[in-house]
Write a protein that binds this ligand. Structure first.
Ligand code: FMN
Length: 304
């Protein structure tokens, strides 16, 4: 039997494939298209304290090699989420990761604490690509602010905490170290990359907000570089799992992330093109692991 199971803190996922936040519904609505028992975990949409309408349309644009989005964290808010979405977690045949966003440390603490009262939300992921209302700086942009945020959430929430970082600051070694020093169980690398696209006929930006987040195939080599750098310099020694996310479109991309140092593999944009891609990749990854003749965990970081 090929062992594809991986551990993220105290949780064992049946395989490394994880559906990324904001790309598989609020609470796994993608289950209508795929068999969730074939994948390791799903991540919820990022939830904030209060409901958010999000940005004006157009909020997404198709680009060569990926997509640009500025959804603006549209979500129903934690109260409605706990009443209407959290109870659905029980019926999902996979591990559920709750994604949390906010504009203040208190907001993150309150949302994460509420989510962790749901027995079937096993892990909490902090989306730190959100501006702090105090100074407008993204939580993930400053190692000091990030440490304060993660410490506060870890101290008040009874679930392992995953911190999802952006590659935008360039070298994120200090950011990753700060998150782990503050008690993070795992890191998700990476979020979308800030980008701009212009329609040359209308001379307008392709999405209403102008700058948005670029995701999909085009960001994969960047994400592999970030995963490998953080694995080598931060996570390997401290045995902290990484969920490699960014542009996974084929099984080879998932295998590449594992060899670079990822324990889990996130899939986002590719599910919009083909909703069943994650289950296909799980099967193909299994065949690859079988061929390597080792448990998947011993292939983590095995690039030569
Ligand atoms: C339409 C869309 C919505 C997203 N919403 C969220 C979100 O709510 N929270 C979050 O942490 N990341 C969000 N992301 C980022 C993805 O989870 C993922 O990190 C990123 O898209 C890179 O992976 P990919 O190239 O496989 O899509 C979103 C991405 C897209 C394309």
């Amino acid at each position: 039997m090929t062992d594809l199971s991986v551990k993220i803190g105290t949780e064992t996922l049946r395989n490394p494939v994880i559906l990324a936040a904001g790309t598989c519904g609020v609470m796994g609505e993608i289950k209508d298209a795929i068999d969730l028992s074939q994948i390791g975990a799903i991540t919820t949409k990022s939830i904030t304290l209060h409901p958010r309408i999000g940005n004006e349309p157009h909020r997404v644009a198709d680009l060569p090699m990926g997509m640009l989005n500025a959804i603006g964290l549209a979500n129903e808010g934690i109260d409605s989420f706990m009443e209407h979405q959290a109870p659905k977690a029980t019926s999902l045949d996979t591990t559920v990761i709750g994604s949390v966003a906010g504009e203040s440390i208190d907001e993150y603490v309150n949302v994460a604490s509420a989510m962790s009262t749901c027995e079937d939300i096993r892990l909490i992921e902090l989306n730190v690509s959100c501006p702090n209302t105090d100074d407008g700086l993204e939580f993930g942009a400053s190692p000091a602010l990030l440490k304060e945020l993660v410490e506060a959430v870890v101290g008040s929430c009874g679930r392992p905490i995953i911190v999802k970082l952006s590659a935008a600051p360039g070298d994120i070694t200090e950011h990753a170290t700060a998150a782990i020093d503050a008690g993070a169980t795992a890191l998700t690398l990476i979020n979308t990359i800030p980008a701009l696209a212009i329609d040359v006929h209308t001379r307008k930006t392709k999405i209403s907000r102008g700058i948005g987040g670029f995701s999909g195939e085009g960001i994969h080599p960047i994400a592999v570089r970030v995963v490998n750098t953080i694995y080598q310099h931060v996570c390997k020694e401290r045995n902290i799992p990484i969920i490699g996310t960014g542009g996974v479109t084929h099984w080879e991309d998932a295998a590449e992330f594992i060899l670079a140092g990822a324990t889990g593999v996130g899939i986002g944009t590719a599910s919009f093109i083909n909703p069943t891609i994650s289950t296909q990749i799980s099967k193909q990854l299994k065949a690859w692991v079988q061929k390597q003749g080792k448990p998947v965990e011993s292939l983590v970081g095995a690039v030569e």
